[in-house]
Design a protein around this ligand. Structure first.
Ligand SMILES: C[S@@+](CC[C@H](N)C(=O)[O-])C[C@H]1O[C@@H](n2cnc3c(N)ncnc32)[C@H](O)[C@@H]1O
Length: 215
C-alpha cells in the first residue's frame, strides 16, 4: 500500500477555535488551550468496551493514530493494523493527510479511530470511501445533531451508537486530564446495513465493580 504524503489540510480554523472558546473553556477539548493538531490520545477504557462488543475484519486502518493508543490495543487483540497520521509523533508513518482529496485511498476492511473533532464529518465520509466492512469512530454524542449531519446519517449505513454512560478520561500528550462535560460515543457504520440505527450504552466498569462488591 502506498499512501501519498502531503500537508494540504489545515488544522481547526481560528474562527472555530474562537467559537469553541466562547462555549466554555472548562470542557476538555474546547478553549484556546487546545492541544496542537487536536491531539488527545484515547484512554484504553474507551477502546476495550468497543472490542468486547464488536469484531472487525482486518486489516484495520487507524488513519489518525497519534501515539498509537488505539492501534496498540487493537494489535493486543490480535488485529492487523495499519497506522498513519498527518503529523509525526514517533509511533507510525506521519505526513499522511487522511482528508487530502488527491489521496488515492487504499481500500481496507475496517477503520477505527478517534478523529480530530473539527474534521469529524470529513473523517466519516473518507472512512466510508476507504472501507468495505466497518467504520468505528469515537465522537462526541452531539455529533448526532445538525442538518448536515442529518442528511449524512440518512444516507450512510450507521448501524450502532454506543453511548458512554460515564465521562471518558482523555489524555494530553504529557499528562492525564480530567474529563469535562462531554459525552462520547462510538459511532459504528457497517457497509450494507439497511436498518435503523441501534443505540446501546456502555456503563462505567468501576461502578459495576463497586456494585458487585456491595452484593
Ligand atoms: C483526538 S487525536 C487521537 C489520536 C489517536 N487516534 C488516539 O485515539 O489516541 C486526533 C489525531 O488526528 C490527527 N490528525 C489531525 N488531522 C489529521 C488529518 N487530516 N489526517 C490524519 N490525521 C490527522 C492528529 O495528529 C491526532 O493524532
Amino acid at each position: 500500500m502506498v499512501l501519498p504524503v502531503n500537508q494540504l489540510n489545515t488544522a481547526c480554523r481560528p474562527e472555530e477555535r474562537g467559537r469553541m472558546a466562547s462555549v466554555g473553556h472548562r470542557i476538555i477539548g474546547f478553549g484556546n488551550d487546545r492541544s496542537p493538531h487536536d491531539f488527545y490520545p484515547t484512554h484504553r477504557i474507551a477502546i476495550e468496551p468497543l472490542l468486547q462488543r464488536e469484531t472487525f475484519v482486518g486489516p484495520i486502518w487507524e488513519p489518525a493514530a497519534g501515539t498509537g493508543a488505539i492501534s496498540s490495543v487493537l494489535i493486543e487483540h490480535g488485529y492487523d493494523v495499519i497506522s498513519t497520521d498527518r503529523y509525526e509523533y514517533g509511533y507510525c508513518e506521519g505526513g499522511v493527510d487522511f482528508l487530502d482529496a488527491t489521496t488515492n485511498l487504499p481500500k481496507v476492511a475496517s477503520i477505527v479511530t478517534n478523529p480530530p473533532f473539527c474534521h469529524a464529518q470529513q473523517f466519516v465520509e473518507r472512512a466510508l470511501e476507504a472501507t468495505t466492512d466497518k467504520v468505528a469512530l469515537l465522537l462526541r454524542l452531539n455529533f448526532l445533531e445538525g442538518n448536515r449531519r442529518k442528511a449524512m446519517f440518512e444516507s450512510t449505513p450507521l448501524e450502532k451508537v454506543y453511548v458512554f454512560s460515564f465521562r471518558l478520561p482523555f489524555m494530553r500528550p504529557r499528562a492525564t486530564v480530567k474529563a469535562g462535560m462531554i459525552t462520547f460515543a462510538w459511532f459504528l457504520w457497517k457497509h450494507g446495513y439497511r436498518g435503523e440505527p441501534i443505540i446501546r450504552w456502555i456503563g462505567d466498569p468501576h461502578q459495576a465493580e463497586a456494585m458487585e462488591g456491595n452484593n
